[in-house]
Design a protein around this ligand. Structure first.
Ligand SMILES: Cc1ncc(COP(=O)(O)O)c(C=O)c1O
Length: 396
């Protein structure tokens, strides 16, 4: 049977990393990956994580299974982080939740939940979006469509086009939104625009699903919840998929969460049972370590302060590199206005580089960027930024 199995196409982004590793050129620079890197090009292990791990190792309890929905202390702590400790949906107990293996796990549980409970629903995604989004929903058998999001001419949000597409959605469809730090464009709605989007989405009877993978990487841990909070209204429903891969730098520990905000506590109980059913047949129950680390940090005042500081360091470095890149492009006489790079948020910048330009960057200058022209700004350092700007100038 296996001889008849055809090879699957390589993952567009992970395939590039393999090519980068195999590239013998010493001057090579990887701006294609989706992980944060510090000034030395390393993905750090946060000090607060090290301390939480020390504490957990010093007082081990058990390695028995977690409940299907995960560690309750963790779920509550991360729900408060996303919605706010005093949020009405939490105090009215109308939020069902699950600790999931990363944000991807949360998205897949959400997709299976949608497929099982709303078989007529189409999930609408921004054009462009994270390439794994369509794959996850397709794997769950959920139909997908695209809505307008990015205006390449102005390097800004195409709000008009987006709202027009919301008008084409059917009641009972789902709209997938990036909570902040839109991947790949780096363009987020302003708080005012978020309100308009939420009004249109709810007026249409569409269910919002917020993918929240970069909380704290745009303007601040609290500030970055503005989009999510625009959808928190009395009785209103929504799904949120959180990831703590980036903001706790816990990538391989697979730490995420799914929240389903139901209209009532009663409805939340039924939704919880359906989420549990999906989890049970997928991976039964989630892994413990990463969630224990996050719960330890968020539950301890001093560790939490330390974490907030470490997130600020990552955020400030990324935003600093944005300004540096704009300056370096100017210094190298690259024609055009690149100030939009400074307005974008999160790890990624949609540079506007075309596919042939991306190929030249890789083939001639050993600089790796994904085909869409998405640059990982966190891959820039004071050592490589000049060369990057110079080579961008050459391929333009
Ligand atoms: C937009 C978006 N959503 C979700 C994820 C999932 O993150 P993870 O599964 O690693 O927690 C990522 C990671 O790159 C992402 O960029």
């Amino acid at each position: 049977m296996f001889e008849k199995v055809e090879a699957a196409p390589k993952d567009a982004i992970l395939g590039l990393t393999e090519a980068f590793k195999a590239d013998p050129r010493a001057e090579k620079i990887n701006l294609s990956v989706g992980v944060y890197q510090d000034e030395n090009g390393k993905t750090p292990l946060l000090e607060c994580v090290k301390e939480a791990e020390r504490r957990l190792a010093a007082a081990p309890t058990t390695k028995s299974y977690l409940p299907i929905s995960g560690l309750a202390d963790y779920c509550r702590a991360v729900a408060e982080l996303a919605f706010g400790a005093e949020a009405e949906p939490l105090s009215r107990k109308r939020v069902a939740w699950a600790q999931t293996p990363g944000g991807t796990g949360a998205l897949r549980v959400a997709a299976d939940f949608i497929h099982a409970n709303f078989p007529q629903a189409t999930v609408w995604m921004s054009e462009p979006t994270w390439p794994n989004h369509p794959q996850i929903f397709a794997a769950a058998g959920v139909p997908t469509k695209s809505y307008a999001y990015f205006d390449a001419k102005t390097n800004a949000l195409n709000l008009e086009g987006m709202l027009a597409d919301v008008g084409k959605m059917q009641a009972g469809d789902v709209i997938l939104l990036h909570g902040c730090c839109h991947n790949p464009t780096g363009i987020d709605p302003t708080p005012e625009q978020w309100k308009k989007i939420a009004n249109a989405v709810y007026a249409r009877g569409v269910l919002p699903l917020l993918d929240f993978a970069y909380q704290g990487f745009a303007d601040g841990i609290e500030e970055d919840t503005a989009g999510l909070k625009a959808f928190v209204r009395p009785g209103a429903e929504m799904l949120v998929c959180s990831s703590f891969s980036k903001n706790f730098s816990l990538y391989r520990e697979r730490v995420g969460a799914l929240f389903a905000v139901a209209p009532s506590a009663e409805a939340a109980e039924s939704v919880q049972s359906q989420i549990n059913k999906v989890v049970r047949s997928n991976y039964s129950n989630p892994p413990g370590h990463g969630a224990e680390v996050v719960a330890t940090i968020l539950g301890d005042e001093s560790l939490r302060k330390q974490w907030e500081g470490e997130v600020a360091t990552m955020r400030n470095r990324i935003n600093g590199m944005r300004s540096e890149l704009v300056k370096a492009l100017k210094d190298h006489g690259v024609p055009g206005d690149y100030s939009f790079i400074q307005r974008q948020r999160g790890m990624f910048s949609f540079s506007g580089l075309t596919k042939p330009q991306v190929e030249r960057l890789r083939d001639e200058y050993a600089i790796y960027v994904v085909g869409s022209g998405r640059i990982n700004v966190a891959g820039l350092t004071s050592c490589n930024i000049d060369r990057v700007a110079e080579c961008i100038g050459k391929v333009l």
